[in-house]
Design a protein around this ligand. Structure first.
Ligand SMILES: C[S@@+](CC[C@H](N)C(=O)[O-])C[C@H]1O[C@@H](n2cnc3c(N)ncnc32)[C@H](O)[C@@H]1O
Length: 247
């Protein structure tokens, strides 16, 4: 599976991702993240995701159940329409603490909000299903986006439910030097291969990898878009998967 390309195994990729995430999103970093939310709401990237989430949640024309996967500080809670109940899950207890007082809190119009501390890879949802699942800045970034995760998200959706997730665009992050090194990789000595393996370890995905994953997943109705970030802090882009559980 392409997502494990430079890792020795999927369990190594998952374990090292989770360890790095928990270490990164400590108390101080989480407080800074939440403080930055107040500025972020002026950035074009915020407007982009606000419009996406408003449009997707409005499209149901009925009260819906929503799962925010890797909800962090609850940055997008206030953008959700028609939402009867929201479940936010995050591996960082400090980020979840921030989500109790999210940005534009007065605009959050959701009767029931449940916050769960834990990894989406381990959590037992106990048969619960959702109309809408969204995940921004998490999969294909801090956590691997694997075929298993994609199919788990499919099973967590109600019929006609919708998934919206971002995946970091690896294609635009590769400079010419890296492209040349990748071409030479198969014939490199193993010690040099190990150096590149270490350097290139990430959860980011190329469009080709993402397309291959979606094509083998349980989803048959999906689109992949590309969005270049312009939030002024993070340079790069995301692929955006919008998928419907039809049939
Ligand atoms: C860049 S932040 C994005 C937060 C929020 N979605 C947003 O857009 O502001 C990434 C979040 O994903 C969470 N995360 C990373 N891996 C996770 C996992 N395996 N399970 C649950 N949450 C995870 C981190 O703790 C962090 O809060």
């Amino acid at each position: 599976m392409p997502a494990v390309f430079y890792f020795s195994s999927m369990s190594e990729q998952l374990q090292s991702s989770e360890e790095r995430t928990v270490k990164l999103y400590d108390e101080a970093y989480s407080a800074n993240y939440r403080a930055y939310d107040e500025e972020f709401i002026n950035a074009p990237t915020y407007k982009h995701y606000r419009q996406k989430l408003e449009a997707l949640t409005s499209s149901f024309h009925k009260p819906i159940t929503v799962l925010d996967l890797g909800c962090g500080s609850g940055r997008y809670f206030h953008t959700l329409k028609n939402t009867a109940s929201l479940t936010g899950i995050d591996i960082s207890e400090h980020m979840l603490e921030m989500a109790k007082n999210p940005v534009k809190g007065k605009e959050v119009n959701i009767p029931s909000i449940k916050l769960i501390a834990g990894s989406v890879y381990d959590h037992d949802f106990n048969g619960e299903q959702f109309d809408f699942i969204y995940s921004i800045g998490v999969l294909g970034e801090h956590a691997p986006f694997t075929l298993e995760m994609c199919n788990l998200l499919y099973s967590l959706l109600n019929k006609d439910g919708v998934l919206f997730t971002t995946i970091v665009n690896l294609d635009i992050r590769k400079n010419t030097k890296r492209k040349l090194a990748e071409m030479a990789y198969p014939i490199l000595p193993s010690n040099l291969k190990r150096v590149f393996d270490e350097r290139w370890k990430s959860n980011y995905m190329t469009q080709k990898q993402l397309q291959a994953l979606m094509a083998t997943s349980k989803f048959t109705d999906y689109s992949i878009d590309n969005h270049v970030s312009d939030d002024g802090v993070w340079k790069g882009g995301h692929y955006e998967v919008t998928a419907r559980k039809s049939g």
